[in-house]
Write a protein that binds this ligand. Structure first.
Ligand code: PXL
Length: 276
């Protein structure tokens, strides 16, 4: 029986159904041990709430890393998400290079932007440091906005396959081995995910239920990691994560008070079925 230990590094948004409060339950439900390293603690996420608190945990990271090294604690895979500072990105790279088993998998979600804009608090210096982490990824999971910031390509609302291939080629040239590009839609009412590796492109198209549901990038990345750890291929994992994310949005869309995240918990049985 395969039993993997994954370390996920991202913030704790105490309220808001994103980052660690999504990754830990989803990755665990997929049957992995999920260790966590919180990058920061916020009272809420920054996507719609006002006046959130932010406790940066950057300076705790080297001591945590050193303790793990001393205890010979090793991880089979890493999954990084929202990070709080450029210095933190450097510490994360050091953790990835010192605490993995031989050939440990690195999944990087450069959670920093959406809809053509950086999230509050991020700047181009952060983008530059995130580029270094992304260059070390086995699987890099950007949305189109993040791919544009990382490559310097122009952000477009409408595009063709040549544009998407060009984004993937540039990201690969910067070092990432496989690209899982989310939110790729060529027709009205539809969206999808592209999996790109060594010049080979695969595309899974599915319906677009709504634009800009908060936290869906984290739900998607967590389910992708869980499926990958279960032994699914990258494309199977990308499809499962997409179908699960759609189900989470469907569970939530009628509840107008639930604007800050998606009800991923009640869709976990669907994810389990997809993984059988
Ligand atoms: O879902 C990405 C995310 C994670 N963490 C925090 C955020 C966001 C997106 O806005 O604000 C704190």
């Amino acid at each position: 029986m395969m039993y993997k230990r994954v370390l996920t590094i991202q913030d704790v948004s105490c309220v808001g159904q994103c980052s660690l409060t999504v990754a830990l339950p989803i990755v665990s439900a997929c049957g992995c041990e999920c260790a966590v390293l919180p990058s920061a603690v916020l009272s809420t996420h920054t996507g719609g709430f006002q006046g959130w608190t932010f406790r940066d945990l950057t300076e705790d990271m080297p001591a945590i890393r050193d303790h793990w090294i001393k205890e010979n604690i090793k991880f089979d895979a890493f999954y990084t998400g929202y990070l709080g500072s450029t210095k933190q990105v450097d510490y994360v790279r050091s953790i990835l290079s010192t605490t993995g088993v031989e050939g440990a998998l690195k999944v990087v979600d450069p959670a920093m932007a959406d809809n053509g804009k950086l999230y509050p608090g991020f700047d181009m210096a952060f983008v530059e440091s995130m580029k270094n982490l992304c260059g070390e990824a086995d699987y890099l999971l950007p949305n189109i906005t993040e791919a544009c910031f990382l490559t310097g390509m122009e952000y477009r609302e409408t595009y063709d396959e040549a544009y998407v291939v060009s984004l993937c080629e540039k990201l690969t040239a910067q070092g990432a081995k496989s690209i899982v590009l989310t939110g790729v839609g060529y027709r009205p009412g539809m969206t999808g995910v592209v999996v790109y590796k060594a010049g080979k492109i695969e595309y899974y198209e599915h319906k677009k239920i709504s634009t800009g549901c908060h936290g869906t990038g984290d739900v998607y990345a967590s389910a992708f990691v869980g499926a990958l750890m279960k032994g699914k291929t990258a494309f199977e994992s990308a499809k499962i994560a997409a179908d699960y994310t759609v189900k989470c949005i469907e569970n939530t869309i009628d509840d107008k008070n639930h604007w800050y995240g998606v009800k991923f918990e009640t869709a976990l049985p669907n994810l389990m079925k997809m993984l059988e």
